[in-house]
Structures are given as structure tokens and as C-alpha cells.
Design a protein around this ligand. Sequence first.
Ligand SMILES: Nc1nc2c(ncn2[C@@H]2O[C@H](COP(=O)(O)OP(=O)(O)OP(=O)(O)O)[C@@H](O)[C@H]2O)c(=O)[nH]1
Ligand SMILES: [Mg+2]
Length: 305
Amino acid sequence: MCAYGEQDYRATCKFFGKNDAAAGTAVPEPVTEFPWTGSVFGLDDLEWLAARSRPLILAPVGPHNAGKTTFLAASYLGLCHGARVEQHRFAGSFTFGGWENLAGYMRYAPEGIGPQFPPHTANTAQRVPGLLHVALRRTDGRLVDALLADAPGEWFNKWATNVVHEDAEGARWTAEHADGFLFFVDSEELAGANRGVARDDLFKLAQRLAEHRDGRPVAVVWSKADVTVRPAIREQVEARLKQLFPDARAFPVTVRQPGPASDAARQYLDVVSWLLNYRSERLPFASLPVRRADNPFLAYRGVTA
Ligand SMILES: Nc1nc2c(ncn2[C@@H]2O[C@H](COP(=O)(O)OP(=O)(O)OP(=O)(O)O)[C@@H](O)[C@H]2O)c(=O)[nH]1
Ligand SMILES: [Mg+2]
């Protein structure tokens, strides 16, 4: 109602004005420019995220088709279902769009199309893998920014055979900056006709990672665990990985897990929990390759003595 008591105030009150948009004079200007878009992060996005905490990078390492992206999408779907990362509570994400791009394939579509797998990760010439963000709050109240790297398997194939290969730059970045690794063992490949070659390639990649891990934790992820691997091959792989990563823990995961969805989600999130808890208990943080922010507010790191 009009404060001056005009009945037909739209027509008669001299203080009633159309807003700029209705009057056609508005200049469309964003209220605030957000520094994130919701898509997967690249190196530039790390810069402002690193202003609030040192994000932990967890990197799946494995050949093409090993189930790395499926692992990430299934973990996110688990979080959507309310599954927990042990000793942490979900506290947000800056890359919901990126997560949804992958997880959308694994949901039931309205037309009744059943869940599918996410597409293969394109082998691009990027220097850095796509980074998917999740913020978690530890039981002691501390916030942890975790970034899960979605790299194409081809990078690691190249890196395993030639560490200085020009197409392995993204793999080198990952190996240098990750805080924990998920080493993928593809059960389907080890059960297939080419299992001998698959095993040899796996050992090559494991050897390469062992040379570069420098004390960082490695979780061995037996993906596609619904496929049975012959005991002879399984034992060879287990023995070799034990030699290369004596402190690693093995985790079987499969999207075809019977039983409640929460159990299926737990197999994935248990890997993330183990890596995060391993880091926070034993290891100091390495530095991240981010440019120091020009903005003094973002560059502030607290008062040092
Ligand atoms: N049986 C079975 N197959 C799976 C499972 N997870 C993934 N797959 C199959 O493995 C394929 C590859 O999975 P991705 O997650 O795309 O593999 P990736 O390691 O990300 O592959 P790149 O992006 O090419 O490096 C999928 O398209 C599925 O056919 C699983 O739990 N069980
Ligand atoms: Mg992938």
C-alpha cells in the first residue's frame, strides 16, 4: 500500500517509480562475480581455493578403461545418498556441475533408461587433470578441501613406458602434486584373453608409481570386482604390489554390488576415508604449485612470527 494513502498509487503517487528494468534503462550488470562456475577445476581455480585451505589432491592412477571415472561418479552418488566419509561430514562442493556431468549417466533417466557408465575421459593436451572438489568437515571441526583428479588413462600408459613423453605431462603433474593415489587394478582386463599383457602393463605402471610416490599413501583399488580373476593371476598381482607398495591397502569395488545402495557407496567412500585419514595422521602437506594471489586479501596466510 502507498505510504501517502493514494488508492491508485501506481497512477497517482509521485514517488511510485518503475524499476530500471521495466523502464528499459537498466544496465545488466552482475551483482557479484563468483570465482567459480561449478565445472571441474583447473590450475587457476586452485589459486583462490588455496586461500582458505591447502586442498588435498587424491589421484586415481590407472590405464584407459580401468574404471577411474566410474569410481569418482559412484563416490559422488554415495555422498548424494548420505553415505559418509569416515570421520568427516559432507560440507559442500564448488564443482557440482562437474560431478553431475559424470553422475548423470549413472542415474535413472525419466524415460526409463537404466543407469549407464560415464563416457571415457577425453585424452586432451591439458597439463593438469580435471579436478572435482568436495569439502568435508572433520569431527574436530576442521574443514578439508579434497580434489579428486579425473585424468585420462592414456596419460598413464605413456608415463609408464616413457616418463618424459610429451603426452605424459598431465601424468607427471599428477604424480608430483597428488597427496594420495588410487592405483587401479582392472579385474576385467586380468580375467580377459589378454591377461598376460594386462598384468605386465600393470606392473610397469606400478613400478613407475613406486619410483615417484615418495612416501605418499597408495590405495590399491580392484575395480570391476564383480568379474572373477583366476587365483594364479590374482596372487601374482597381489605379490608384486605388496613388494612395490608394502603399506598399501587393497579395496575391491564394483557398481554391481548386490544389496542396499548404502553398502555399494561405502566401498567407494572407504577408499577416500582411508587416504584422507592416512594423510591427516601421518604426513605433512607439501606445497601446491599455485601462483601467489595478487589480491592481498587472498594472499594473506596469517601472522607469522
Ligand atoms: N563389470 C563392471 N564393469 C565396470 C565397472 N566399472 C566400470 N566398468 C566398465 O569399465 C568401463 C570404463 O570405465 P571408466 O570409469 O570410464 O574408466 P576410466 O578408467 O575412467 O577410463 P579412461 O577415462 O579411458 O581413462 C565402463 O564403461 C564400464 O564398461 C564395474 O564395477 N563392473
Ligand atoms: Mg575416465
